[in-house]
Design a protein around this ligand. Structure first.
Ligand SMILES: Cc1ncc(COP(=O)(O)O)c(C=O)c1O
Length: 370
């Protein structure tokens, strides 16, 4: 057994696939095309097919993918975008970057947006809602459709943590008006650097998004709109194209690991955060609620060579950068409870199953001593 089991590593992926990745990188070198070439075109096509949307626009990362979506729907000063504070900072920073005001809604026992709490938050200024499928847990947002109709809202899915997850048998990323995915290296579909993508069925917005990601250019190096630079490079696209073919089998391996944790951890102090109803989670993380002092538990595991993940310790509404939004502790009680108690055990692609056995033994014996 190795001395330290990290919460995430690409070591075991590289052990198995390094030669394939090197070959793919060499192919890109030999093609002489490093940006906006055939690798990206292929990946956009394959990813759309996998998710079940008509179009995809490869980007440099998901933060900018969300930002570009907000620009494409005309978000501007004074507009409001509703999302959760129990998310990665970039869901919120993209809203600020687009000059809009983030409005936070509390979460439910799954740690996901509580649709029932939305009515009091939607105003004439609300233009969009960003649903975050956290941890690989998909949100059921069927109930949102009625607000969409009555208030003309755009629904954006932040699928950065949920590649391949399904709700009511539909893949996340294919349900809202637009979706954004991150391919940050730790994700279930991870690049070896930064990358992201937008999916949509809207042809005119797809064309606009392609322009927005490349200086506003439609063709012949003439800017049709005021644009940005948000291209995915060919090396990442080539690697992602290959990794996409392994995604379902990697999700199945993650599920096996999760079930081993669920079946063999026998302390009532540590309980899996419940999966949403009718969901097929993608197990990006395997999160639990810990009932006692989470920080002590995390340190005790670390002393035993097991590194865990807390997502997130501080919710975005309580971070100094967002003080101007006027939120305080107590405004989003379930979000805050979630941040105080969540802890995720290690999971990564090609993780050896004897690591899981070792982690279960250590967790059970540490918990027995509390
Ligand atoms: C929920 C969520 N949204 C957005 C992002 C931003 O992704 P990127 O790092 O590709 O910009 C992340 C990445 O951590 C994320 O987890």
């Amino acid at each position: 057994m190795r001395n330290i089991i990290p919460s995430w590593t690409c070591e075991y992926d590289l052990k198995r696939n390094r030669d394939t990745y090197l070959k793919l990188i060499n192919n890109v070198f030999d093609s002489g095309r490093l940006l906006l070439g055939n690798q990206l075109i292929e990946f956009e096509k394959n990813f759309s097919e996998y998710i079940g949307t008509k179009y995809s626009v490869g980007c440099d990362n998901a933060t900018n993918a969300i930002f570009l979506i907000l620009k494409a729907i005309g978000i501007d000063q004074g507009d409001e975008v509703i999302t959760v504070a129990n998310t990665a900072i970039p869901t919120v920073s993209a809203i600020k970057q687009a000059n809009a005001r983030p409005i936070f809604v509390d979460v439910n026992k799954n740690g996901l947006i509580d649709i029932d709490k939305l009515p009091g938050l939607i105003s004439a200024r609300t233009k969009a809602i960003i649903i975050v499928h956290l941890y690989g847990y998909p949100v059921n947002f069927d109930a949102l459709i009625k607000y969409k109709k009555t208030h003309g809202l755009t629904i954006i899915e932040d699928c950065s943590q949920a590649h391949g997850a399904k709700i009511n048998s539909r893949k996340v990323g294919s349900i809202g008006d637009f979706s954004a995915f991150s391919f940050y290296p730790t994700k279930s579909l991870g690049a070896f650097g930064d990358a992201g993508i937008i999916c949509t069925n809207n042809l005119s917005k797809y064309n606009l998004l392609k322009e927005l990601r490349f200086y506003g250019i439609e063709k012949d190096y003439i800017a049709k709109v005021d644009g940005y630079n948000s291209r995915m490079d060919e090396i990442q696209a080539a690697i992602l194209n290959y990794k996409l073919t392994k995604l379902d089998q990697n999700i199945a391996h993650r599920k096996k690991i999760a079930n081993l944790y669920y079946q063999n951890i026998n302390s009532e102090l540590l309980n899996p955060i419940p999966h949403p109803k009718n969901s097929n989670c993608s197990y990006y993380l395997i999160p639990f609620y810990f009932k006692k002092d989470r920080d002590i538990f995390q340190k005790d595991l670390e002393k035993n060579g097991i590194i865990t993940n807390v997502s997130y310790k501080t919710p975005v509404h309580l971070m100094p950068a967002y003080k101007d939004l006027g939120y305080k502790y107590g405004d989003l009680p379930l979000t805050e409870y979630h941040c105080d108690h969540n802890i995720s055990l290690p999971v990564f692609d090609y993780m050896p199953l004897d690591f899981v056995e070792h982690i279960v033994d250590k967790v059970n014996s540490i918990c027995r001593n509390y």
